[in-house]
Write a new protein. Sequence first.
Length: 84
Amino acid sequence: MEIGQAFEKLFIYAGSHAQFTPNTRSIGLYYNDPKSTDINKLRSTACITIDKALSDKEAHTPYALFIPAEKCATVLFNGSYAEL
């Protein structure tokens, strides 16, 4: 339930390390179904795409996550963030 705050921290870090480009996309990874998981056990990860390779030091702060190409589900929501 705190992914918005995680995105804010990620954007601050990425902006201060010149990681934003016109191709940057935000991705939220949600690992649990909120209908069947206790609110205190919900897990998610705030992510952005990057265009350049990271040094070993950068790859661990906050941390790099490689997501291989595969089938996935996506949702496009049109509406206010509060309604999301």
